[in-house]
Design a protein around this ligand. Structure first.
Ligand SMILES: N[C@@H](CCC(=O)N[C@@H](CS)C(=O)NCC(=O)O)C(=O)O
Length: 205
């Protein structure tokens, strides 16, 4: 059976959301962070990097939320609800672009912002300059692309929405989401979906 290694509280709940959306049975191992918010050594027993999400499925051990999403959709989305078909090469390229965008471009400025907010010594000027320019650059890019669509790629939930909801949720927690009302409404809508609520209930967040 599919096995998910989930570190509270973090991005793996969005992987569990995808699994709930696909209606799969799964086993869940839940890990807690240490006092500094880092994973503890127990997660290294699941994967050498000791980070989450990690899944095991049918002899496959897989890390990286984007790769996990692609694998789960390729293997289990029989109806093709969450991705364009492979024959539609251009639509699939845009889908892949947004699936990778969240970890590839959007996450790092937000992570640096989070670390700066927790920093107790004087704020490093170069990192501040970077986050002050990059956070609005990334969020306004997504806000403009989202436009009036309910989901990132149109009228229906697709693979990239799981990671993007994580990014928008993190921006909200960092209190930088107010200037982006469409993204604000998007994250609220997605986190009220029944499959997301089931993921929250099962994982504890
Ligand atoms: N690029 C990876 C990032 C994985 C990652 O950093 N996960 C965080 C959880 S939100 C983690 O395990 N942090 C614990 C630590 O670094 O100690 C992915 O997309 O899965």
């Amino acid at each position: 059976m599919l096995h998910v290694h989930h570190l509270r509280i973090g991005r793996s709940v969005f992987t569990v959301w995808l699994i709930e959306e696909l209606g799969l049975d799964y086993e869940l191992s839940i890990y807690e962070r240490d006092a500094f918010g880092r994973a503890q050594d127990d997660l290294k027993a699941a994967h050498p990097l000791g980070k989450s999400p990690v899944i095991e499925d049918d002899g496959l051990l897989l890390a990286e939320s984007g790769a996990i999403a692609t694998y789960l959709i390729d293997r289990y989305d029989g109806e093709g609800r969450l991705a364009p078909s492979r024959e539609d090469v251009k639509a699939r390229a845009i889908w892949t672009q947004w699936l990778h965008y969240t970890e590839g471009s959007a996450f790092a400025p937000l992570l640096l912002k989070l670390l700066l907010m927790r920093e107790t010594s004087p704020t490093p000027a170069l990192i501040s300059m970077f986050t002050e320019a990059e956070v609005p650059r990334q969020l306004s890019y997504v806000e403009d692309f989202l436009g009036d669509k309910p989901f990132l790629l149109g009228d229906s939930l697709q693979g990239p929405d799981f990671g993007m909801t994580y990014i928008a949720h993190m921006a909200d927690r960092l209190e930088v989401l107010d200037p982006y009302p469409r993204l604000g409404a998007y994250v609220k809508r997605n986190m009220a979906l029944p499959s997301f609520l089931r993921a929250m209930e099962r994982t504890g967040g």
